[in-house]
Design a protein around this ligand. Structure first.
Ligand code: RTP
Ligand code: MG
Length: 139
């Protein structure tokens, strides 16, 4: 059981492909309440900080390039057991391994360009939410 908030981004591929509306529909239909949301674009520095945990991985440069190439939707979501339930809703990192009906199965093209982000722990949800939103932007 996790806490009641998670952080998500609709990634540049899903924005480019026109899936913002469909993805937000799936998120709200699954019982998540949007408590903060913005349309924005990450700078290289933002992406390098956000994904610092992956900086030694071979795909890091590609990941930063991808995440900064166009706008994203960032949001904080509220629901009981938010982190675990949201990761179940989005599906496996690799869309080929994602369960039927999950957001990545429906809207992602590859392991690198996989449509959405979901925090992996309560601690990271709080850090990632605070990275993108001030207290006055959370309702
Ligand atoms: P996320 O953090 O975006 O919710 O994804 P995740 O937990 O399912 O996966 P994670 O291991 O945290 O990886 C972060 C993001 O890096 C890209 N990636 N590319 N080319 C590759 O092998 C590879 N592996 C990971 C993906 O965009 C992944 O979501
Ligand atoms: Mg992750």
């Amino acid at each position: 059981m996790t806490g009641n908030r998670t952080f998500t981004m609709i990634k540049p591929d899903a924005v480019e492909n026109g899936h913002i509306g469909a993805i937000l529909d799936k998120i709200t239909a699954a019982g998540f309440k949007i408590v903060a949301m913005k349309y924005t674009q990450l700078s290289k520095r933002d992406a390098e900080i956000f994904y610092a945990i992956h900086k030694e991985r071979p795909f890091f440069g590609e990941l930063v390039e991808f995440m900064t190439r166009g706008p994203i939707v960032a949001a904080i979501l509220e629901k009981d057991n938010a982190v675990d339930d949201f990761r179940a809703l989005i599906g496996a990192t690799n869309p080929e391994e994602a369960a039927e009906g999950t957001i990545r199965k429906l809207y992602a093209a590859s392991i690198g360009e996989n449509a959405v982000h979901g925090s992996d722990s309560d601690e990271n949800a709080a850090i990632e939410g605070a990275f993108h939103f001030s207290g006055r932007e959370i309702y």
